[in-house]
Design a protein around this ligand. Sequence first.
Ligand code: NAP
Length: 323
Amino acid sequence: MFAVYATHAAPDDPLSSLTVGEMPEPNVPTGSVRVKVTHASLNRHDLFTLQGISGHPEGINFPLILGNDAAGTLDDGTPVVIYPMMGSDDWRGDETMDPAWHIPSEFIHGTFADYVVVPQRNVIPLPSGLSPLHASVLGTAWLTAYRALFTKAQLRPGETVLIQGASGGMSTALIQLGRAAGLEVWATSRHEEGRAIAKRVGAHECFLPNEPLPRKAPAVIDSVGSTTFAHSLSSLARGGTLVVTGGTSGFDVSLNILPIIADQLTITGSIMGTLADMTNMMDLIVNAGITPEIGTVLPMERADEAFRAMWEGTTRGKMVFTR
Ligand SMILES: NC(=O)c1ccc[n+]([C@@H]2O[C@H](COP(=O)([O-])OP(=O)(O)OC[C@H]3O[C@@H](n4cnc5c(N)ncnc54)[C@H](OP(=O)(O)O)[C@@H]3O)[C@@H](O)[C@H]2O)c1
């Protein structure tokens, strides 16, 4: 079948591992289902896979089909979206706490192919009011954004949130979800175009990275990492929460712990979300009439163009591949 896959770990030149070609059709074990992919979205995780970066000690078994997220149809024609967090069959409760959790394109083949096979519980019927195009961006960036805002930062309507980064997939999700939930949304971007996108999708105020803010905020969501972490911490109001969701510019930071003590700050990581987070988020999107921002739609055969944009940092919203 057609597939977009990684051939080897290429830490410094990830695009050299990217291959658009053919892979064998997957078997469907008992308890799993086959999804015919119609739409699949790109995440920075796909670059990490090409680079051989894995949060799991087992590492990556190449060649591996890329892609965490997709929408498509089951063999009986039912339209579905994939909930990407998988784990042990006997795990109950918060899926993000399962020691064996993983997402497609880590241990199993991912979604950038004609078909992807996932456990039955990982497919959610598509609600009316949500197109497969828009559903295909929800599983990773949007799910993480939802959990960061509402479960981790526990933001309430009227509160202010600072979002580091503006034009990327997760940043636009954070802005749209935050705005729909009645938050005052601030975002930073390195460029004028990013700040314009942020305003268009719902940010109230935009700033340059590391620019002083008019006042401190009760919560900051930071997926940028090294280059923004100090600003994120210093932007927190007393008792505030910094939710760290990514390290696009690097994972190493230096830390002065005095303000954490004096201002009783909370720093927490957040990873993906639960199945309940995913369905609740889908309800919010449908009920609030949110149209997830999509920057680029390309046939999957042209996946390399989107990978290059993400590697070169010229991403504008989510990028979706169609089949
Ligand atoms: N915790 C989780 O479960 C989870 C889930 C999904 C993603 N992530 C992580 O979250 C991060 C963002 O993912 P994404 O899919 O939204 O990526 P993306 O679409 O490529 O967006 C990157 C974002 O980072 C900002 N940025 C700031 N400095 C940057 C730099 N030096 N290079 C590139 N971008 C820079 C960009 O904003 P401007 O261009 O506007 O400045 C943009 O908003 C990644 O590190 C990813 O691994 C984590």
